[in-house]
Design a binder for this molecule. Structure first.
Ligand code: ADP
Ligand code: MG
Length: 420
């Protein structure tokens, strides 16, 4: 076997070529907003590569034909969800069955089912791992998988491979999977960057707009509402009363929108001061307790008082961002429940944890949090989170969100502690 034989290069081409079409589809998906396509896309690309590789095997010893199908298989399983992973595995086994050679088929079943189990176990770490670790993991997986197959082959048949040829085969698989992993990661990064860019641009437009209007609009709204409420008490026909009711409701909604971003839109930049975190959290809890009570929600507050728990920031902005987050927590539990608010310390940071037992969010929804106008509520503004995110980031903080659909959501906000 030559290191760069035509067949091997063709196999590698069959893996890289479909991957190259990925950015085109991502772009299409972005332009036409086809979410479903993106989810299945990677599975289909892996399937195409697998079939192409299987149809063009190369000889590594007399009568021993192998190919690089394990590369798209491993990558496919690493990047698609569990259900699609199962489809991919079944697909590979079915195609393999029709190729013939029942002994080889059983060997494929053992190896690839084994690999699928291993990959499913480590996938959770893989998704979150940095690029270098990802390369290491995929490289290692391909080597382990080949050893598996080789072990099986040497038990069933009496293949006698030249060690040098064997080394070549390992090397080609290893380099192949590294290149393919790099490809995928770069493509993914590019498409995420594009989405972030669009998001940032939208955000800028909104914040300029907000700064110029929110203060100006607030006072006339309050005045209108006052007069409408007064005239509702007059002796007027019932249908006019109901019109006035609707008008008041609409005014309330308008001031809700402004409330969501009022602090954020303060034209002058907020003063930086040392804020005593425990006091601010308690203050926010006091503000929201009536709302919680009204919705039959129990606020479980666990704010550890500690002398040195100061952060640098703007008091009103901190309050506003916490209010927006806690309000969402309350709104996510229409039938009541518990909402935990907790502060903890891990020097030099303070963490504010807000956990509700509400409807939760999907991964996709979490990734859209902070985007202007993103809302799943009928009367939502989709501004609360945007404001909270930019205020918290502006004060040097970070937000992490974890959630389980139908069960709970946890917002964990982290601030660097101010030096004494
Ligand atoms: P709004 O509350 O007006 O919809 P937000 O920006 O405050 O706008 O929130 C955006 C969306 O994020 C909400 O519509 C909801 O789908 C989701 N969300 C935010 N917080 C939670 C939470 N604690 N539980 C479930 N969904 C949430
Ligand atoms: Mg909200």
């Amino acid at each position: 076997m030559e290191l760069f034989s035509k067949e091997i290069l063709i196999n590698i081409l069959f893996i890289l070529l479909p991957l190259l079409s990925l950015p085109i589809f991502y772009l299409l998906k972005y332009i036409y907003q086809i979410e479903k396509l993106k989810d299945s896309l990677f599975m289909i690309i892996s399937m195409v590569s697998i079939v192409l590789c299987m149809l063009s095997p190369f000889q590594i010893a007399d009568g021993v034909l192998w190919d690089l199908r394990r590369i798209p298989f491993i990558l496919g399983l690493l990047y698609v969800d569990r259900k699609k992973g199962m489809i991919l595995l079944s697909f590979l086994l079915i195609v393999r069955y029709f190729i013939g050679d029942i002994l080889g088929f059983y060997m494929t079943v053992c190896t690839f089912v084994g690999m699928a189990i291993i990959i499913n176990l480590i996938k959770r770490f893989y998704v979150r791992a940095p690029l270098v670790h990802k390369l290491g993991i995929s490289g290692l997986l391909v080597l382990v998988s080949i050893q598996f197959t080789f072990l099986g082959a040497s038990i069933i048949t009496d293949v006698n491979l030249d060690p040098l040829v064997w080394l070549h085969y390992l090397l080609i698989n290893f380099v192949g999977i590294l290149i393919a992993t790099l490809f995928i990661e770069v493509i993914k990064m590019n498409s995420e960057l594009l989405e972030k860019l669009v998001k940032a641009e939208k955000l800028e437009v909104v914040s300029h707009l907000a700064a110029s209007i929110s203060h100006e609009v607030r006072n006339p709204l309050t005045t209108c509402k006052g007069f409408l409420q007064l005239s509702q008490n007059e002796d007027i026909p019932p249908e006019v009363k109901s019109y006035i009711g609707t008008a008041i409701q609409e005014l309330d909604r308008a001031s809700e929108i402004i409330n969501d971003y009022l602090t954020f839109a303060k034209p002058a930049p907020g003063e930086l001061e040392k804020i005593f975190i425990c006091k601010e959290v308690q203050q926010v809890v006091n503000i929201l307790t009536p709302l919680a009570n009204m919705n039959e929600i129990k606020l479980l507050v666990n704010v550890a008082h500690r002398e040195e728990s100061y952060i640098w920031g703007d008091r009103r902005k901190l309050e506003q961002s916490l209010i927006n987050i806690i309000k969402n927590g309350i709104e996510s539990m229409p039938n009541g429940g518990n909402l935990e608010i907790q502060t903890t310390y891990a020097d030099p940071h303070v963490f504010i944890k807000i956990r509700d037992e509400g409807e939760g969010m999907t991964q996709k929804q979490i990734s859209r949090l902070g985007e202007p106008y993103f809302t799943t509520k009928e009367n939502g503004t989709g501004l609360g989170m945007m404001v909270s995110y930019s205020l918290i980031k502006g004060m040097g903080g970070q937000i992490n969100v974890d959630s389980e659909v139908g069960n709970w959501t946890t917002f964990s906000i982290e601030f660097p502690l101010a030096e004494q």
